[in-house]
Design a protein around this ligand. Structure first.
Ligand code: NOJ
Length: 760
């Protein structure tokens, strides 16, 4: 029977391979024929990606889009939406350009399309892989129903510096967690068949190392050892590509002296040759033009550099369009370079099925039926509630009882436009419920809600303007801070509980939103102090796109629920969690520092030659600070629940394995509290002795489990030599024999340990 099965499987695989090869052959012939008819100008036209003009993230906006489509000078358009508008543009290409080559239509579909899910950092806090995949699937269904076929997501840049505003757009600080999420998102977007009318081409960005910008300042330089790149920063990009992502976006930053968009080592040696990527490479917005500001030459020179480095498509800057023909005539680029890039664009169009039916994504009926459906909205509510992280809950302040009067106070209480969070360009801001509206919808008449602004987002009106761009407005009261607070305090008199809706506005994180002060703005801190002085129970519902510094809040506020930016259903999800319909289970995907001076701060650091003694706060001539301990405020992986979990009986199946072997580590987890709940059990490994320094722990597995109160479960992780691999100084991926520590626990700090040996 077994032999028959094996034979059948190998027959199936052989048949599949033959079928794929035949498909490839058909596609290659189609593209060869087409390219045979193309002029050099038409080939260069395919490399041009313009903006439809609805949203821009740079100084330049595309012009003459219509005439350029007709002359075959445009390969793709982004930020143009609606099946009708996209059909019109596509018709120009199909009916009025010489070779009738269809256009691809892209957009930043980052955490949902019309149904907005939590910001990526919040989604990462769910540690729920099927859920994350599901959100990407819904985003693909809605975006394709609106005419699109390409998303500039997932963003997989590791970031360990919360000053960088774009930490909100990724999965946080950890290599393993980010790589797992990258894979899920690609599968969610692209599905099994890219040519289906409800799947989106994924684009892994920003390649590479954008999240390691010096001093957390956006677009700043990255300088990093190859060893660190390979072990810590590159794996998530690679995971997305291995999961089948067919496009990659180059990053803005300089990498060790060569900006990513001109970096031949990065785009050709690593991406194409080592990783065997055979998809499309697009730049970020005007990134080729910016190479001139990096100091690499004029537009013709930098366009040549970018093409030769491996860029296929030029986003918005039109450096390729305006200079490549001249460079070809002058012998600065070869026809093969242009052909390569053109072919990569055409292959994508072929795989999207656009040559079969260029209007396959232009069905208004699908748009009507597949957008903001009940099913999508309920997934958004579930995802939001799962993304929330309970940071503190003294004396079981939460959950609240569904009775009496709750005062919801703060600048984030009554703004629908801020709920979706940064990079939600397609969200319907006008029709997104504010926190208070959403809570009222969820709670009905069971609870009376009163509300007040209480404080401006910040007392600095100019800063507030910068932090509420793109229509993300927050009501502003121009009276003195004292007067606004006094009125709010007066209004809370009739309340039994106060919910303080404070933190960042959505545009205080995201692109070009770096900050050097990560406290809650002082206007809001003063309000919080006054609310606490009332003596009533205060729950801080904290909106943020990044880890903030919350030492004061942690000391003074009894309950803190970090809700990031939860998307369309934020208000309802907050009500679900505050009133106990959902028990919070999110865990931090990035460390929360005590203060900005500790940054960059991450759990998987190296030990140094002078580590602090265990439990020590300060020791002279040891690696530490005079004024603050090395500890974070909240470690990576941290998050509370309304119930409690006990970890016991950590065991391993073997104390020693060979390189061909594996072992199982098991731990018993018991729900010891009064609520059913979900727990994220985390497995870390430490390589105790190696030929080079290794992190003090690295996440290597996790399991999200549900336990009823009183229930126990034994959770097992299989550990194989693959989990112990690392890149050595020669960039070989190796496993070295020796002793390893397994650490299991509810977060990266509170772990139990056991050792095993790997032998030759
Ligand atoms: C600039 C951003 O860096 C990138 O993430 C985005 O996809 C493009 N603009 C297009 O909007």
């Amino acid at each position: 029977m077994k032999i028959i099965k094996i034979l059948f499987c190998s027959y199936l695989l052989t048949s599949l391979n033959i079928a794929f090869a035949q498909q490839d052959e058909k596609m290659n012939k189609y593209i060869d024929d087409l390219m045979g008819k193309m002029t050099i100008e038409e080939k260069i036209g395919q490399l041009n990606l313009v903006t439809g003009g609805e949203a821009t993230t740079g100084a330049v906006v595309s012009t003459d889009v219509e005439s350029k489509i007709k002359s075959g000078s445009i390969g793709g358009i982004f930020s143009m939406t609606s099946p009708q508008r996209i059909r019109k543009a596509q018709e120009l290409a199909i009916n009025q350009s010489r070779l009738k080559i269809p256009i691809i239509f892209g957009m930043d579909v980052i955490h949902g399309y019309k149904t907005i899910f939590p910001i990526p950092l919040g989604l990462a806090a769910t540690w729920n892989m099927p859920l994350i995949r599901g959100t990407a699937r819904v985003a693909a269904i809605e975006a394709t129903a609106d005419g699109l076929n390409w998303t500039f997501s997932p963003m997989v840049d590791i970031s360990r510096d919360a000053r960088w505003g774009r930490i909100s757009e990724g999965s946080g600080e950890d290599t393993y967690l980010s790589a797992r999420i990258a894979k899920e998102m690609v599968i969610g977007y692209q599905g099994g068949d890219l040519s289906s009318n409800n799947t989106l081409l994924a684009c892994v960005k920003h390649f590479a190392l954008y999240g390691a910008a010096e001093s957390g300042r956006d677009y700043h330089t990255t300088d990093m050892s190859l060893h660190r790149m390979y072990n810590e920063y590159l794996p998530p990009y690679k995971a997305a590509i291995d999961a089948g992502a067919l496009s990659v976006m180059t990053s803005f930053n300089d990498i060790n002296g060569v900006p990513a968009s001109a970096n031949h080592w990065l785009l050709t040696d690593l991406l194409r040759k080592d990783w065997k990527f055979d998809g499309l490479v697009v730049t970020d917005y005007t990134a080729i033009n910016e190479l001139s500001d990096h100091g690499l030459g004029d537009l013709q020179q930098v366009s040549t550099l970018a093409l030769k480095a491996g860029v296929d498509m030029d986003m918005v800057g039109e450096g390729f369009l305006s200079t490549l023909k001249k460079s070809l005539d002058e012998g600065k680029v070869n026809l093969e370079d242009i052909d390569r890039a053109c072919r990569n664009v055409l292959v994508i169009k072929y795989k999207l099925g656009l040559f079969d039916d260029p209007f396959r994504y232009c069905d208004p009926e699908r748009q009507r039926k597949n957008t903001l459906t009940d099913e999508h909205l309920s997934l958004a509510r579930e995802a939001a509630a799962e993304s929330f992280v309970l940071l503190k809950n003294e004396n079981q302040t939460l959950p609240l009882k569904k009775q009496g009067t709750v005062a919801v106070v703060g600048p984030l209480a009554n703004t629908g436009a801020n709920m979706p969070g940064t990079w939600s360009v397609s969200a319907d801001l006008e029709n997104t419920a504010s926190l208070v509206e959403g809570m009222k919808q969820a709670l009905g008449n069971s609870v009376k809600i009163i509300t007040h602004l209480g404080a401006n987002l910040t007392d600095d009106a100019a800063l507030q303007e910068r932090a509420t761009m793109f229509g993300r407005t927050i009501p502003r009261d121009n009276r003195t801070p004292e007067a606004i607070i006094a009125e709010a305090i007066q209004s809370t008199k009739q309340a039994d509980v106060i919910v303080a809706a404070l933190g960042e506005s959505s545009e205080m994180s995201g692109e070009s939103s770096s900050r050097t002060d990560l406290n809650i703005p002082s206007s809001q801190r003063k309000l919080l102090e006054a609310l606490l002085e009332t003596g009533k129970p205060v729950v801080l519902v904290l909106f943020t796109g990044r880890p903030l510094t919350l030492a004061w809040e942690n000391q003074h506020v009894p309950a803190i629920l970090n809700v990031w930016f939860g998307g369309t259903q934020t208000g309802k999800a907050v009500a679900d969690v505050l009133f106990g319909d959902v028990n919070p289970s999110g865990k931090l995907p990035a460390t929360f520092a005590q203060n900005v001076g500790q940054l960059p701060l991450y759990y998987s650091q190296k030990n140094t030659g002078r580590p602090l003694a265990e439990g020590a706060w300060f020791q002279k001539f040891r690696s530490n600070y005079l004024d603050v301990s090395n500890e974070p405020l909240y470690p990576f992986g941290y998050g509370l629940s309304y119930t409690t979990f006990d970890y016991s009986d950590l065991t391993i199946s073997k104390t020693s394995i060979t390189k061909e072997d594996s072992l199982t580590a098991s731990v018993k987890v018991t729900n010891t509290g009064n609520y059913d709940g979900q727990e994220i059990v985390q497995l870390y490994i430490r390589d105790l002795v190696a030929s080079q320094t290794r992190p003090i722990k690295e996440l290597k597995g996790f399991d999200k489990i549900t336990l009823k109160k009183g229930e126990s479960e034994t959770i097992s992780f299989v550990i194989s030599p693959d989990d112990l691999k690392f890149y050595n100084q020669q960039l070989e991926l190796i496993t070295e024999p020796g002793v390893f520590k397994i650490l299991i626990g509810p977060n990266s700090r509170d772990t139990q340990e056991i050792e095993f040996t790997l032998t030759d």
